[in-house]
Design a protein around this ligand. Structure first.
Ligand code: FEO
Length: 170
């Protein structure tokens, strides 16, 4: 959570609690999956696809309701901030989604190939997690204070309501 941020205008902490819960779930799941078992692998892939689609939706909501508005506000004030412009520019989510699609091909392959896929998937998820947790911290600790600096309390209250509605009320 951003330091000194009133709960009413904190746009990141609630969605990030959900994202962190999902991270913990897949870290637990990946350790307990027996990749030589097709049913285990298929169940894992289905859960991971749901999780990473939820991450993608989270990113799209942030882009549309937070980053775009923050960028226009900074632009109107002639303030340059490349961190805001680049924070979702990488393809990490797309890469994992594509790796998960590859996993379905492995259900038709040998035990050894499934085990190798499991090693690759575990490494990719560990790498993703190592970036995703600090990314969320950056949003909370750097972008939230920027929002508080350039938006009014009422604007942020409204923005938080939109962000929560998009995440949880569909
Ligand atoms: Fe809140 Fe960009 O993840």
């Amino acid at each position: 959570m951003a330091p000194n941020c009133p709960e009413e205008v904190d746009v990141f902490t609630v969605p990030h609690s959900r994202m962190k819960e999902l991270v913990q779930k897949y870290l637990d799941m990946i350790i307990s999956t027996n990749f030589s078992d097709v049913f285990h692998l298929t169940t894992l892939l289905k859960n991971l696809l749901n999780t990473f689609h939820e991450f993608k939706a989270h990113e799209q909501i942030e882009n549309k309701y937070i980053m775009k508005k923050l960028k226009s506000k900074l632009k109107a004030l002639s303030i340059q901030n490349t961190a805001v412009c680049n924070c979702h520019k990488d393809n990490k989510l797309t890469d994992i989604l594509s790796l998960l699609e590859d996993g379905y091909q492995c259900t038709k392959k040998s035990d050894a190939e499934r085990i190798n896929y499991g090693i690759k998937l575990r490494k990719a998820l560990e790498d993703f997690t190592q970036d995703f947790i600090p990314h969320m911290e950056e949003e909370e600790e750097v972008f939230q204070p920027l929002l508080m600096k350039y938006f009014t309390f009422e604007e942020l209250r409204e923005l938080k309501a939109q962000v929560l509605e998009q995440h949880f009320e569909k």
